[in-house]
Write a protein that binds this ligand. Structure first.
Ligand code: PLP
Length: 421
């Protein structure tokens, strides 16, 4: 019997990196360049030997570092923890989620190659694929409804892309893609499957369902404090190594380097991620259920009538719930704004701000903020209506106190009448 992948056990089983003087925490290696004890080592490192990813005939790593933009021990340690979380061979932490995404795409696609991607992506990823990549690199993307696997396969047949790109929960519509089926389709056509797991760390482990590359914006739940911008790419050792190649690797040459001080901070937060995800999910589930009872147009994968509730249940690690994000459609922008203003300015329930994964609640009207890179017809195609508010549910205050605030705002703007016809 194969044992199910357990990200918590996997992380605990990874080597614990001690500080330089035996400190229980990893040291901050605040150096941009590294010495070698023998001069003959230097040219070998330039040929890719002796580095943290290389293996000698005994299978040991060299542990040699060269230059901070290439590899830093503190940053490397964070990447290794994230690889353990995702169950991939290797991981590399970057200065932003967009750095991880753009480097992965530029590594896997040459000029003239194509991408097939979900039509409900994070706004920055969408703009990268729709505007920058075709303009600067001649890389064209075809956007598809990612939950319609027949359309996805037909497009892959027609466009013969290098990459299939999806998010574990579409933003902001919270659709769940059928990861195993998409991976099977991608691999049958020799396509690399990239999955952005920013919305569902620990809840979903895309590499275990066939994804070749798993992306994170660590800016969100992994940080949990809305204080740093950071990202990561998790994949096979071969792929990460080639992305770091001194001559052709985007991670080396485009400079999405994470500062070791940031890596140190994030390293200390990864161990509490599971506890935090449980609480984000528990509260989002409670509020989504109660708002639904009031008659509000709520979408949350943890609601039994969500279109992919069963699918998500079959893929997820149930200990961490269905995630910290739900949406509520207030019918129009005016009512959405009124709802958010009551919640922020009268109740201190949360903040009108973009982003997600913060310990406080963040609320934004997707159509006029994070998805505003999309043209109106693209928004309609993706199911983003003007009154749609995305809530990233925080973990402060008591549930009863927060529900009282939420219920008051909901009743005052009249949510019971806002279910779109
Ligand atoms: C925020 C986000 C990104 C971009 O990450 P940054 O760290 O802001 O560069 C990518 N994908 C998703 C799903 C996100 O939410």
């Amino acid at each position: 019997m194969t044992r199910k992948f357990d990200p918590i056990a996997s992380m605990a089983g990874a080597r614990h990196e001690f500080g330089e003087h035996g400190g229980v925490n990893v040291s901050i290696e605040a150096s941009t360049t590294f010495t070698v004890m023998a001069a003959e080592l230097m040219p070998r490192i330039f040929h890719g030997e002796g580095g943290p990813f290389s293996r000698d005939s005994e299978g040991d790593t060299g542990g040699c570092y060269l230059y901070g933009r290439h590899f830093n021990p503190t940053v490397f340690n964070l990447g290794t923890m994230l690889a353990a979380m995702e169950g991939t061979e290797a991981g590399y932490a970057t200065s932003s989620g967009m750095g991880a995404i753009s480097c992965s795409l530029l590594h896997l696609c040459n000029a003239g190659d194509r991408i097939v991607a979900s039509n409900t992506l994070y706004g920055g990823t969408f703009a990268l694929m729709k505007d920058l990549l075709p303009l600067k690199c001649g890389i064209e993307t075809t956007f598809v409804p990612i939950d319609d696997t027949e359309v996805v396969e037909a497009m892959i047949r027609e466009k013969r892309p290098k990459v299939l790109f999806a998010e574990t929960l579409s933003n902001p519509t919270l659709r769940v893609p059928d990861l195993p089926r998409l991976a099977e389709i991608a691999h049958r056509h020799d396509v690399t499957f990239i999955v952005d797991n920013t919305f569902t760390p620990l809840i979903l482990s895309p590499a275990q369902h066939g994804a070749d590359v798993v992306i994170h914006s660590l800016t969100k739940f992994v940080s949990g404090a809305s204080d740093v911008i950071a990202g990561a790419v998790c994949a096979s050792r071969d792929l990460i190594s080639s992305m770091m190649d001194l001559h052709t690797g985007p991670l080396m040459l485009l400079g999405p380097t994470m500062d070791p001080k940031i890596a140190h901070e994030l390293t200390l937060r990864v161990s509490s991620l599971g506890l935090r995800m449980q609480e984000h999910s528990r509260r989002a589930q409670t509020f989504a259920e109660r708002l639904r009872e009031l008659g509000a147009a709520v979408e949350y994968p943890g609601l039994p009538d969500h279109e992919q509730h069963g699918l998500m249940r079959s893929l997820m690690d149930e200990r961490f719930g269905f995630g910290g994000i739900f949406t509520i459609d207030l019918g129009n922008l005016e009512r959405a704004n009124q709802f958010m203003e009551i919640l922020q300015n009268e109740h201190s329930f949360g903040f009108m701000a973009v982003s997600l994964g913060y310990f406080e609640t963040l609320m934004s009207c997707s159509g006029s903020s994070t998805s505003s890179e999309m043209a109106e017809e693209d928004q309609v195609a993706a199911g983003i209506s003007p009154g749609l508010v995305r809530m990233s549910v925080g973990i402060t205050g008591t549930i009863d106190q927060r529900w009282e605030q939420l219920e008051d705002a909901a009743r005052r703007v009249g949510v019971a009448n806002t279910v779109p016809a």
